[in-house]
Design a protein around this ligand. Sequence first.
Ligand SMILES: NC(=O)c1ccc[n+]([C@@H]2O[C@H](COP(=O)([O-])OP(=O)(O)OC[C@H]3O[C@@H](n4cnc5c(N)ncnc54)[C@H](O)[C@@H]3O)[C@@H](O)[C@H]2O)c1
Length: 435
Amino acid sequence: MKATNVKPATGKLGVMVVGLGAVSTTFITGVLMARKGLAKPVGSMTQYDKMRVGRGAEKKYLHYKDIVPLADLKDIEFAAWDVYPANAYESAINAEVLKEKDINPVKDELLAIKPLKAAFDKNYAKRLDGDNVKQCKDRWDMMEQIREDIRNFKAEKGVDRVVVLWAASTEIYVAPDMKYHGTLAALEAAMKANDTAHIAPSMCYAYAALKEDAPFVMGAPNTTVDIPAMWQLAEETKLPIAGKDFKTGQTLVKSGFAPIIGTRMLGLSGWFSTNILGNRDGLVLDEPANFRTKEVSKLSTLESILVAEEQPDLYSDYFHKVRINYYPPRNDNKEGWDNIDIFGWMGYPMQIKINFLCRDSILAAPLCLDLVLLIDLAHRAGRYGTQRFLSFYLKSPMHDYTVDEVPVNHLFQQYVMLKNAIREMGGYEADEEID
Ligand SMILES: NC(=O)c1ccc[n+]([C@@H]2O[C@H](COP(=O)([O-])OP(=O)(O)OC[C@H]3O[C@@H](n4cnc5c(N)ncnc54)[C@H](O)[C@@H]3O)[C@@H](O)[C@H]2O)c1
């Protein structure tokens, strides 16, 4: 074991969440309940998983917190921004994810989390019409106001470190355009020129976070930090960033199941994925421009696991389709169907059907916790730029597409990357290969 230079997790960790909807309130309520011993943080790797460190006689299986210094749940302070003025208690009740009996024991703490005014532009989410919104002269001013919120939160709550997590609605699709997103100077010029078509509000949050020494995590599929200008800012400010889009339900299944087909050298002729969901996320995604952002993110998973160029007989011509349908009666209880058309020996066709009756926010909450704790760790370990080891949690992992880097979507390869990064930060050798 080598000595490490990871700073200890002393003092309070401020978690500022963009969006105070279903995912955020489920995450926050769960953390508050867990630290009182009233609920279990099931699904969280940082709270449960053990991994091997060392080899041979030195081999041990340890919890992450016994390998690296992670912030304790007791040291977390929350804040949030939202377009709607409802506090975290009201919002948790409205979301109808958790039962009142699982919310009421932390009611006072939730009531105290009142959303800060959102940096919002209705053109980016037409179906939202809340009025808890900042008045901004231009995008630069929007960003400056967010910076002020972060500074005020630090001072008021006495927090030592802040992480900003986007768990707000999916914005309309902003295609990366090198003219505006290619360099930091171009991005800043576009913000100052109030170029609202190329600068999404989420970019203002990310820029502000990085300028205020706060790592930034993008939990929706928004373009935001997935542009060279933001990579440059993260390098300059020496801050870690991660994104994008929590890998929770159907894509988790896909990235775990596709390796079965690929490992057994079975062929694929089609994969049709459809969902019904009825929460506000579903409502926003019912808008074609917002769905487009999600579609791009969901489609990318399969192509990098079952690769046509590597196995032209098996994967050169499959049809991959993803659909999301807004269906209010189900609320947060999403139902996903996957129909997978495969073929075997001599080309004979077969089918696999997967029907996942999941709960969106229940799956997303532990990811929020892990991403926040691990990106805070990465910052204390001096890591900066895109944190590829967090791809494990993300549907559409950030990668340098300007040099044709291929992202790792294979769930088990991503798990190796996660473990190796933690080993390294803990002073152990990163000793598992991914091929
Ligand atoms: N739950 C999952 O399994 C899952 C998986 C992947 C990604 N996501 C993403 O997580 C995000 C949150 O999902 P949810 O179910 O909590 O949605 P939600 O609609 O319940 O909550 C989102 C909240 O964000 C607020 N908001 C929108 N724009 C904002 C802005 N600019 N600033 C501040 N607040 C803003 C909305 O008012 C809303 O209250 C969505 O983008 C969703 O696509 C969720």
